[in-house]
Design a protein around this ligand. Structure first.
Ligand code: FAD
Length: 480
């Protein structure tokens, strides 16, 4: 039995890696493979996501070393995955290809096409779960539909995993050794292999302020969180001036740390609840792939967002005159990271104060965040805009000034990012908070009134039934 283990960029580790374990369990030959696909690695595409690309390229290099240290070698080939994977499987006479499942619609389409091409030659693509704690589509309401409310999803998760034998299994250690790369594959790679991508080959300048990449750094972050941050996590997580969170988001996105490893290392209820928001986002994307294109709440389809290029430029550059919004914008561009509270305030400001389409902000964050993740980012943006799955009610509009006073009480964080704060060089606010809030509420009320009078159906069938959120409107929902 010859198995190709197809590493695909969201599973960049050797520990607790289900496809690698499955290949080794087969007892035969194992070919670890990475495909340099132009979908991500065409230089202009790579440069558009430079922070993520740096983390990916560095993590990939470390993965190749970890595989080499265990006696094998990461086979690297270039080309479109849908063509290259069936080709190498044929040339290398592989019996099967194993990989970790992705939730994104474009990735599912890729997998469908690879499955079809492999099947044509009598081969299988085996997709194994591992990106989430439970496989997508396992949790359902009593009516058999996907959950649309986080607390109900979390309760169902708790019920499902507290049954005998159903607890989340502990993570597996990395294999000590791997079988050597088959000789014919090694020989083929001499002529048809590709080099590992580097930042230089992609034309990306290294950004030293990003978090260090790779599996070892991820485990170090997890240890640091356990040792010195978890005790105060519940209160510190909302502070923008305190490094009180795990900083594991890029690791969970790129798979330099398995989600089970994070779950088992930290039993803190608040932290686990954040991991469940991630779980909820991924399961939602699996069940409702249309959320990447349209608001989850069909009532918001066609909402009259404004095209305000001046406002957009100010929001991107961090010159709106609202220090918290501006610090978030500048930290994003410089470090590829923004604290969760600041993400919520900045997203709320863009969509409500400036009435700019959340999808513009979503795309900018996806491009600039090192942890840019289709599912989590979409949920975060739709939550903030008020149009999402279990979103913040639309009529709650963050006041960026009072939020700053609460969650950056000494102003240390905003001063770090806006050295000119308090001088003439810092711009006056581009909108007045009270007026902008009123404008948004009036626009939303008017739009929703017109929608409810129109004959359009409330929600397309594909979205499943959204349990009534009427009761929740009165209580302040826990932010994600
Ligand atoms: P911790 O507080 O230590 O949380 C632990 C882990 O739980 C995180 O690493 C993350 O995997 C998960 N998590 C925490 N909060 C959320 C959440 N609200 N939704 C889903 N998962 C969560 N997170 C991303 O991973 N990628 C994104 O692209 C992303 N975009 C966002 C955009 C907006 C507008 C908002 C409001 C939130 C976004 N988030 C995103 C969620 C959250 O802000 C980050 O996961 C978190 O700030 C990362 O820091 P941390 O790892 O220290 O988090």
């Amino acid at each position: 039995m010859r198995t190709i283990v197809w590493f695909r960029g969201k599973d960049l580790r050797v520990a607790d890696h289900a496809p690698l374990r499955a290949a080794l369990a087969g007892g035969g030959e194992v070919v670890p493979l990475f495909v340099v696909d132009p979908y991500f690695f065409a230089p202009e595409r790579a440069r558009a996501i430079a922070h993520r690309m740096q983390f990916l390229v560095d993590s990939l290099g470390e993965l190749a070393e970890a595989i080499a240290a265990r006696g094998s070698r990461l086979a690297v080939v270039a080309g479109r995955s849908v063509e290259v994977v069936p080709e190498v499987a044929e040339r290398w006479r592989a019996d099967r290809v194993v990989a970790q499942r992705w939730c994104e619609p474009f990735a599912r389409e890729r997998d469908r096409r690879v499955t079809e091409a492999l099947a044509g030659a009598g081969r299988r693509l085996e997709l194994l779960d591992g990106e989430t704690l439970l496989p997508p589509a396992t949790l359902r309401t009593k009516a058999g539909t996907p959950f649309a409310v986080f607390t109900q999803f979390a309760r169902a998760f708790e019920r499902a995993t507290s049954q005998a034998g159903a607890a989340i299994a502990p993570p597996h250690a990395a294999p000590r050794a791997l079988p050597a790369l088959p000789r014919d594959v090694a020989a083929d790679l001499r002529t048809r292999g590709a080099p590992l991508p580097t930042l230089a080959s992609l034309g990306i300048a290294r950004e030293p302020r990003l978090v260090p990449a790779g599996e070892a750094a991820a485990h170090a972050r997890l240890r640091r969180f356990r040792r010195s941050r978890v005790a105060a996590y519940e209160t510190a997580r909302d502070r923008m001036d305190v490094d009180g969170t795990s900083r594991l988001s890029q690791d969970l996105h790129f798979g330099t740390l398995s989600i089970r490893a994070a779950w088992h290392a930290v039993a803190d209820a608040k932290f686990r609840s954040e991991l469940l928001w991630r779980e909820f986002a991924h399961h939602t994307l699996w069940d409702r792939p249309a959320v990447l294109a349209e608001p989850f709440n069909a009532k918001w389809h066609g909402f009259p967002y404004r095209r305000d290029d001046r406002g957009w430029q100010a929001w991107v550059a961090g010159t709106t005159g609202y220090p918290v919004v501006d610090a978030a914008a500048r930290q994003l561009l410089a470090e590829g990271f923004v604290p969760n509270r600041a993400r919520m305030i900045a997203a709320s400001f863009l969509t409500k104060h400036l009435l700019i389409d959340y999808r513009r902000g979503e795309a900018h964050y996806l491009a600039q965040l090192t942890d840019g993740d289709w599912a989590n980012n979409n949920l975060g943006w739709q939550w903030s805009a008020g149009c999402g799955c279990d979103a913040q009610p639309y009529f709650r509009v963050f006041n960026p000034t009072t939020q700053g006073e609460r969650f950056d009480p000494d102003g240390a964080w905003v001063r770090r990012w806006i050295p000119e704060l308090g001088t003439d060089a810092y711009p006056a606010p581009i909108v007045d908070h009270a007026a902008a809030r009123e404008r948004f509420l009036a626009t939303a009320r008017d739009y929703l009134r017109r929608r409810s009078r129109s004959s359009e159906p409330a929600a397309p069938d594909t979205r499943g039934s959204a349990p009534s959120r009427g009761r929740r409107r009165t209580a302040r929902p826990a932010p994600p």
